[in-house]
Design a protein around this ligand. Sequence first.
Ligand code: PMP
Length: 290
Amino acid sequence: MAQLIPYDDRDGYIWMDGELVPWREAKVHVLTHGLHYASCVFEGERAYGGHVLKLREHTQRLIDSGRILGFENPYTLEQLEAATNEVVAKNGGGDLYVRPLAWRGPEQMGVSAQQSRIHVAIAAWQWGAYYSDLRLTRAIYDRPAPSTAPVHAKAAGLYMICTLSKHAAEAKGFGDALMLDYRGYLAETTGANLFLVIDGEIHTPTPDCFLNGITRRTVMDLARKRGVPITERHIKPDELREAQEVLVTGTAAEVTPVRAIDDTNYQLGPITGQLMDDFRALTRGREMAA
Ligand code: PMP
C-alpha cells in the first residue's frame, strides 16, 4: 500500500474563519460540538484549471445544509465563493479537490448548542480519480427515511453509515457499497449517485432520501443534450439484471462506469462512454462536440 500522507501534515494553506492559515496550523479543540455531535456540514468540489465547477451550486448547498442543521453560515455566498477561489489560487490552482465545511464550535457541550459559534474552513488539495475499476456490493446499511434524518443536507452525521458500509464492502474486496433506501429501492453508493442504462434509456433513482447531486444534474443535462431519454423513478434492485450499463456520478467520482454489482458484470457501453467524453469536455473547458 502506498505511504499515507496524513491530512494534518501537508504543505499549503487552509482558509479558516476568515483568514488563510498555514496548513498544519488549521486546528480545532477536542471539545468542539461538531466533533462530538456531528453538527457539521461540508461540500466536495473540484477545480479544473483553477476554476471550481458549479461553485455557486456547491456554495449554496453548503449554506442550505447548515440551515437544515439549524444554523446560519456567518459568511455570505459571495464571501464563501471568494474564499474558495482564494484557497484554490493559494494552493497552486490547476486541478484540485476542494473541501469547505462549517461546524458548531466549543462554546457549548451537550446535545443543545444553540449559542455555539459557527466556524468555517476551506481546504484544497490534489486528488486523482476517486474510483478505478469499480465493483459494488450491497451495503450493510440503508439510506434513512426523511423522517429519520436530514437526508437533503450534506451533513457529516449521514456519512457514518457510508463509512461503515464502505469498510464492509472493502473487506469483501469490492470498491464501494450500493445502498438501498429505507423502502428497499436502489439509492446510491456511499459517495455518488446511480444511473442504469436499460435498452438505450437512462433510469435513475428519484432523490427523495439522498442528495440530488450536482454532478447528477449536470450529467442529466448532458444526456438530454444527446437526446437520451431519462426517467427518474423508484427502481427495484431486481432491475439491475435488465441493465446493460451502470454508472455513478459525483464530484469526486466524476462519471465512473460500474464494472460489477456483486456477481453481475457490466460493460462500459456507448451511453456511459459518451457521457464520460461530454463530462471531460465540460470540465476541460472545451466546446462539446455537436
Ligand atoms: N451522494 C453522496 C452520499 C455523496 O457524498 C455525493 C458527493 N457529494 C453525491 C451523492 C454526489 O453529489 P455531487 O454530485 O453534488 O458531488
